[in-house]
Write a protein that binds this ligand. Structure first.
Ligand code: SF4
Ligand code: SF4
Length: 94
């Protein structure tokens, strides 16, 4: 992230990183999460899901900052974020 000036306490702040979880077969490929992610973390996959849509995938090398905007915007509850390193909750993809 670029700042027009450096915040005084920047070195003291811990930047939390998120782990992106995508329920591929719930997704309808609307692209909202891709379009509005402020860090450009996501893109639509070339592969199809069971419904015939292209679900999002995380772009290699990009880092999620856990703003959770994608979670809020997704109309199908197909994407959610956990703090990196805290494990993956058990979910049903149906
Ligand atoms: S939580 Fe924020 S930064 Fe992470 S993938 Fe979703 S929109 Fe992008
Ligand atoms: S917002 Fe939800 S339904 Fe739309 S592409 Fe992203 S994960 Fe799929």
């Amino acid at each position: 992230m670029k700042f027009w000036r450096k915040p005084l306490d920047l070195d003291e702040q811990k930047v939390v990183r998120g782990e992106v979880h995508i329920l591929r077969d719930r997704c309808k490929g609307c692209g909202f999460c891709v379009e509005y992610c402020p860090e450009g973390v996501l893109k639509l996959d070339h592969a199809y899901n069971k419904k015939g849509y292209h679900p999002p995938v995380v772009i290699e090398g990009k880092e999620c900052v856990m703003c959770r905007l994608c979670e809020l915007l997704c109309p199908d509850f197909s994407i959610f974020i956990t703090e990196r390193g805290t494990g993956v909750p058990e979910v049903r993809d149906d």
